[in-house]
Design a protein around this ligand. Structure first.
Ligand SMILES: [Ca+2]
Ligand SMILES: [Ca+2]
Length: 204
């Protein structure tokens, strides 16, 4: 699959936003600020790289986690993602009326995707991209879109010969999910997910 990158339209938009309409295409300061932002965004925590100590209550919720239901929900999202297209960034009048969230979403949606899976790169996985059912919270399967490595080739095959997540991969994702579910409602809200994204530790 070939998904063209809309870098030109995006850069034009970023420059226009940064300059509030002034023509600063040759301004080296604007260029270097953009480079810094891009570098900072690439630094994403990988929740699969650590062990998680769960408290008793979190462990109880973790034990009640249904891995089969998770597999089914996760597979649905992967199929959805595979059918998505890179969106063209809109640098017209509409962009000026956008909220910060909408602008971030538009920028992330126009970036290059993983060539094998068509998933967004992890740093471009916005809240809106992950919250597939728009209920403003992340289920384990929604969280796993971000948490689990992109490429299913590293995983096992199921009875039908299709790529299948290994149990240990699901276990690790679930461990980290229940670790970051601070209020124990079995979903991650924005604040809890931000803590996960930053790889914060609560161990004493
Ligand atoms: Ca959700
Ligand atoms: Ca929660």
């Amino acid at each position: 699959m070939n998904f063209p990158i809309k870098t030109t339209a995006l850069s034009t938009l970023a420059l226009a936003l940064a300059a509030c309409g002034d023509d600063v295409a040759d301004d080296p300061v604007v260029g270097s600020e953009m480079a810094d932002t891009e570098t900072a965004m690439v630094d994403e925590y990988d929740p699969m790289t650590r062990d998680y100590m769960l408290g008793d209550e979190a462990q109880t919720r973790r034990d009640a986690f249904d891995a089969d239901a998770f597999r089914s929900e996760y597979r649905t999202y992967r199929d959805e993602v595979a059918a998505e297209q890179v969106e063209q960034a809109d640098d017209g009048d509409a962009a000026q009326d956008m909220s910060e969230d909408e602008r971030e979403e538009m920028t992330a949606a126009s970036q290059e995707r993983d060539t094998e899976t068509n998933m967004r790169l992890r740093q471009n996985m916005t809240w809106g991209y992950l919250d597939r059912n728009d209920d403003d919270q992340l289920s384990v399967a929604e969280y796993a879109i971000w948490a689990i490595p992109l490429n299913p080739q590293h995983e096992a095959m199921n009875d039908q010969g299709q790529p299948e997540l290994k149990a240990e991969t699901i276990n690790k994702a679930a461990d980290s999910f229940f670790y970051y579910d601070a209020d124990g409602d079995t979903y991650l809200d924005r604040r809890e997910f931000t803590a996960a994204r930053r790889g914060e530790t609560f161990d004493s």
